[in-house]
Design a binder for this molecule. Structure first.
Ligand code: ATP
Length: 365
């Protein structure tokens, strides 16, 4: 596959602090790569370096196979939309979206078709005649994205394009955005701190933390096999199920201990024996856990707890159970018919379990 973008060993210091530490990744032509990371992880700085708006201390950027380290921004064929949006406030939305194409001296018909097409996908057709200074925050955001996408470029860089939008519009825009990407057939790099953007949109995801790439994978891999416990927690918020076990050698045998009174299936015991770590966190998403009055045949971890309630999430229920001050969560598609504080059984199935070394946080299985 042809590479639209290669980021190679980028190092950047700002005021003596290393904000990018040897960052490398590649983006294939037509791919949407999501750069995911907590605030302050270096995403904006990296996008600016790709666009040529900041200079790296070392390392190289290649666009369509050409090294562009010495190429000025306007010759890089890159279009960027910033988190802090700068629209031409005295112009209409139409003029704003059209402005890069006017500057490129594109024919009027072409401009009109493209403005309307992109405005349609981003659902801002009704705003085309409005002045930019009369828009809400969310509307400005969509116009800024539209303008960036209207520009002829090889690579589109989008910095937190959905950050000012409410949850409902965000959800709708993600879907539209995917469509837009297919229509344009262009390469996009989207920086976000929201795992849902990454999971919904990315062909590939690069997880960046404190200026370092810590995982590069598909969204599904990232979600189900995060390479570190802190990434798993970041991706799921507070709904990851976690159980700590310790291995101890006793009389030539390895004994598995847990602070919880937990039944561990033979298959998981075998997995634990094989892992070269003594303190292990077993972690899994709620979608591979079951909380019911009783659970037969649990291949994984099983414990008894008390029902705490549930949260309705639109299409499913997130069910909570407590055991010895630990909270366990499971996803269920029917409303649970269990009373508050009633005894329940929790089964965390082996199929969804990831094993992390408690001391290093690294995925060990
Ligand atoms: N001009 C600057 N002066 C000092 N520090 C800076 C400057 N620009 C960036 N930094 C620092 O560099 C690091 C990376 O910042 P950057 O904006 O690239 O991260 P980010 O992942 O895009 O975060 P956010 O999502 O909050 O914008 C941060 O620690 C930030 O404080």
């Amino acid at each position: 596959m042809e590479k639209a973008l290669i980021v190679s060993e980028i190092v950047k210091k700002i005021r003596g602090k290393e904000v990018l530490k040897n960052v490398s990744f590649e983006v294939e032509k037509g791919q949407l790569l999501v750069l995911l990371g907590p605030p302050g992880s270096g995403k904006t700085t990296l996008l600016k370096i790709i666009a040529g708006l900041e200079k790296q201390d070392s390392g190289s950027i290649y666009i369509n196979g050409v090294r562009v380290d010495e190429t000025p921004p306007y010759e890089r064929k890159v279009s960027m939309v910033f988190e802090t949006l700068a629209l031409y406030s005295h112009m209409t939305v139409y003029e704003n979206i059209a402005s890069p194409m006017v500057a490129e001296k594109k024919p009027k018909d072409f401009i009109d078709k493209r403005v309307r097409e992109i405005a349609g996908i981003l659902r801002i057709e009704h705003l085309l005649d409005r002045r930019a200074d009369k828009l809400s925050g969310g509307e400005r955001q969509r116009v800024a994205v539209a303008r960036a996408l209207a520009k002829e470029a090889e690579i589109y860089l989008l910095d937190e394009p959905f950050s000012n939008l409410d949850a409902k519009i965000r959800y709708a825009l993600r879907t539209e955005f995917k469509k837009l990407k297919t229509i344009l057939g262009k390469t996009l790099v989207l920086a976000t701190s929201d795992p849902l953007d990454a999971l919904a949109l990315g062909d590939a995801v690069v997880f960046i933390e404190k200026g370092e790439v810590v995982q590069r994978s598909t969204p599904v891999e990232l979600y189900y096999k995060p390479s570190r416990l802190d990434i798993a927690r970041y991706l799921t918020g507070k709904i990851l199920n976690e159980v700590i076990v310790k291995k101890k050698a006793e009389g030539g045998k390895t004994v598995i201990m847990s602070e919880l009174d937990i039944a561990i299936s033979e298959s998981v015991l075998r997995d634990l024996q094989e892992i070269p770590a003594e303190n292990i966190v077993l972690a899994s998403h709620p979608d591979t856990a079951i909380i019911e009055k009783s659970v037969e045949n649990c291949d994984g971890l099983k414990l008894k707890g008390r029902f705490l309630g549930y949260e309705y999430r639109g299409s499913e229920f997130l069910v909570f159970a407590e055991y010895k001050n630990h909270l366990f969560k499971a996803l269920k598609y029917e409303k649970p018919l269990i009373d508050f504080n009633e005894p329940v059984e929790v089964c965390i199935s082996r199929e969804g379990l990831n094993f992390y070394n408690l001391d290093t946080g690294a995925l060990v299985r």
